[in-house]
Design a binder for this molecule. Structure first.
Ligand SMILES: CC(C)(COP(=O)(O)OP(=O)(O)OC[C@H]1O[C@@H](n2cnc3c(N)ncnc32)[C@H](O)[C@@H]1O)[C@@H](O)C(=O)NCCC(=O)NCCS
Ligand SMILES: Nc1ncnc2c1ncn2[C@@H]1O[C@H](COP(=O)(O)OP(=O)(O)OP(=O)(O)O)[C@@H](O)[C@H]1O
Length: 237
């Protein structure tokens, strides 16, 4: 199974690109959705976060008041790191099980949409890595319009992530989403072709998944040879 990494900055257009993949029948594992699930009332993540941040972050119904927690963590790097640490294992195991479910259903290509793909080092699982890039002014404008936030809050959220310019240097494929939705669709068509074409043997061999499969195949091959020949296969006869 090929796991395509999809990342970018906040409001750079990852969900918009995810929706294009979904509309072509390619399933998307969305880290933001999983991060929401692991913070639902009564879950292990919720308990850890309430113990660390106090009951002031809760609404009257007991669910986490997300805008309030967001204001706390996006204006204080130490508190953000604490929240990241508390939820990291819950989020990564949630992602892992979603991938396993899709693999068991027989999907050959899936997309992993993770805003913090590089920050959490999850890019190692993915090939190729797509970065949805946008220029800083457009990013700020779209974020403020979508979330109806003040410039300062939007700026804090943008600055809480690795810069988009650095992310683009780590990408295999860059989608420039500064233009219109038609421009995005045009770029997406080429990306879709790239990610759905079969891996060449060289790409397969160079990918981590390919290298691991090759190693496992060699080990199995050696074991079979040893079984057949009855010797350990390494000693001179
Ligand atoms: C702080 C929370 C409660 C704010 O919730 P809110 O509904 O306002 O925002 P939402 O979850 O929709 O996130 C919106 C965007 O913010 C960015 N973002 C979220 N968490 C983080 C973080 N810890 N660091 C940097 N950026 C983040 C992402 O680009 C994300 O797409 C929430 O973002 C959260 O629980 N974050 C920690 C979990 C996490 O790391 N999520 C990212 C998944 S990799
Ligand atoms: N090419 C575009 N032209 C105009 N608006 C766009 C374009 N691409 C995305 N948008 C809008 O910009 C906003 C941010 O896009 P989107 O929600 O896809 O970003 P995201 O990267 O998924 O954000 P987040 O990190 O918060 O999950 C949305 O309101 C979306 O409709």
């Amino acid at each position: 199974m090929r796991i395509v990494g999809l990342t970018g900055g906040i409001a750079s257009g990852k969900s918009t690109v995810s929706n294009l993949f979904k509309s072509h029948g390619i399933p998307v594992v969305d880290a933001d959705v999983i991060a929401r699930d692991v913070l639902k009332k009564g879950t292990g993540g919720w308990k850890k976060v309430v113990a660390a941040f106090g009951e002031d972050i809760l609404q009257v119904d007991g669910e986490v008041n997300r805008p309030r927690l967001g204001q706390i963590v996006f204006s204080d790097p130490a508190k953000r790191q604490l929240l990241n640490r508390l939820l990291a294992s819950n989020i990564s195991s949630g992602i892992f099980w979603e991938i396993v479910k899709l693999w068991m259903k027989g999907f050959k290509v899936i997309v992993l949409d993770v805003p913090l793909l590089f920050e959490t080092k999850m890019e190692k699982w993915t090939n190729p890595i797509i970065v949805v890039w946008v220029d800083p002014e457009t990013q700020l404008r779209r974020l403020m319009a979508r979330d109806r936030t003040r410039k300062e809050d939007a700026g804090n959220r943008i600055n809480a992530q690795m810069s988009l310019d650095l992310k683009r240097t780590k990408a295999d494929i860059v989608i420039d989403n500064t233009g219109s939705l038609e421009d995005l669709n045009e770029q997406f068509r080429k990306v879709l072709f790239e990610v759905t074409k079969p891996l060449t043997w060289t790409e397969f061999g160079l990918s981590r998944q390919g290298a691991l499969s090759a190693l496992v195949s060699v080990i199995i091959g050696v074991l079979i040879c040893r079984k057949i020949s009855g010797s350990n296969g390494f000693e001179p006869s």
